[in-house]
Design a protein around this ligand. Sequence first.
Ligand code: SAM
Length: 260
Amino acid sequence: MRKDYMIVSDTEVDETAFVADYWTKVWEKQGGPKSQVDQIPNKAEYRIMKPYLDRLQKPARILDGGCGLGDWTARLTQEGFSVVGLDLSVKTVAQLEDIFPDCDFQVGDIRETGAADNSFDAYFSWGVFEHFENGPQDCIAEALRVLKPGGYLFMSTPLDNLRHALRGTFAGKRAFEGESRFYQYRFTRAELSTELSKGGFDVLKLHPIHKRQGVLRSLHHEFKMPYEWFLTKGMSAALAPFVPGVFIAHMVLAVARKPE
Ligand SMILES: C[S@@+](CC[C@H](N)C(=O)[O-])C[C@H]1O[C@@H](n2cnc3c(N)ncnc32)[C@H](O)[C@@H]1O
């Protein structure tokens, strides 16, 4: 597991408050929840998860851990599942309740959800388990507890891809000692699989995903091309299909199952 750090003005803020505040600001900067539910089926995560969800009897109960702007919760609710969207960001959840009145959004922590044991048929979480410096085991243990035996876990984290390995630590602490704090872990496929197995899950698949985002970041970091240039975006789209996922993918998605 490789650590990424970020520059901050105050290193004393409690970790959970830091994460909640950071994401609240990210979502505010993006204009808050906008209901982009129609875009969900185009996403790699959806294509991977769909065949498993199709096996569930509706209205199966699904947890969206760290639901962010809420589109996944809304989409799967529309499809007839009984979905709980859980997020640390109080402000974002309040906005989500206004925009999606028919959905169940709750403020909460995926490390301690308050849900009953064995109460969900499936649990998905995109880009959340990596945010705590003591590692992903608290998130994994809670996922195991709330899933029914045989329930599916779908989760993604940043991939420690070969580009990062060749380049050395992506944003090493040494670069800004004294004014930075832990931001996230990135995992190799083997590391993520080991963490999930250690936490009691049977790991079924590991998919490197978001290659285009990986190429975009490479063009930016290695070739100093601004993210917003059309050329950067165009080259990312054109090159991504030809670069192996393990070399360039930005995220890795794991499909795992709680033993029966
Ligand atoms: C990378 S964003 C992902 C958002 C969403 N899953 C998506 O794919 O669009 C991480 C989200 O997880 C939330 N989050 C981080 N740690 C959390 C925790 N321990 N419990 C609940 N939500 C958390 C953040 O507030 C943020 O909205």
